[in-house]
Design a protein around this ligand. Sequence first.
Ligand code: 5RP
Length: 237
Amino acid sequence: MSQAEQKELVASTAIDTLIKDKKIFSGMKIGLGTGSTAVPAVKHLAKRIADGTVKDIKAVVTSFGTQNLCEELGIPVYSMNDKIIGGHLDLAIDGADEVDPQNNVIKGGGAALLREKIVAYNSDQFVIVADSTKVVDSLGTKFHLPVEIIGEARVPVTAALNKLGAECFLREGVRKCGPVITDNGNQILDIVWKEPVDPAKMEDVINGIVGVVDNGFFTKNKPIVFTIDSDCKVIQR
Ligand code: 5RP
């Protein structure tokens, strides 16, 4: 099964399983993630809204990309700050770049980590949908951890991250000169260590650096992870 087929399968199965388990229900407030696995999840949710399985879904999105998709699909989008949302969601569903055995996650491959974390950390239930390539033994040495920074602080933040043993790479735009600018107007440093790190500790240490807005370690609201096993079956862990 190709990686794209895995993404479709895990995303649609997760939505139907969550509906069956009453974790996705009519009238709920749901956070919708960003990326090529979140897209089929949002599309499948739209199908279940269209066929009447779930009604009156209120979505909070994590990027302009997902906002555009919801507008196209007719899913009503709200701000976290809207009175009807009240800063809290019932469930958030999103993709991941890496997941370790404790369900610690790296996210931010699509530079949407900040709004993804706002949504994930303010939800009763966080759900990750991930193809089998995302499941790893440890975090920090393979997929580079995205760190969203204030552009003006790039040099001191880089120096502080170097002191933590990380090598840093400013994420460059594609078909755009200069750095990637996030949906929040910031820049991204992609960082990597030679040895695995403790993601829970590093999440806090990195966020303590002046000029860092947030980083892509998600360790505080442990997700249910839907992924694919070696028999091409969707599993939950
Ligand atoms: C975007 C993200 C994505 O969820 C993550 O990069 C996984 O993307 P994909 O599903 O396309 O592999 O964190 O910021």
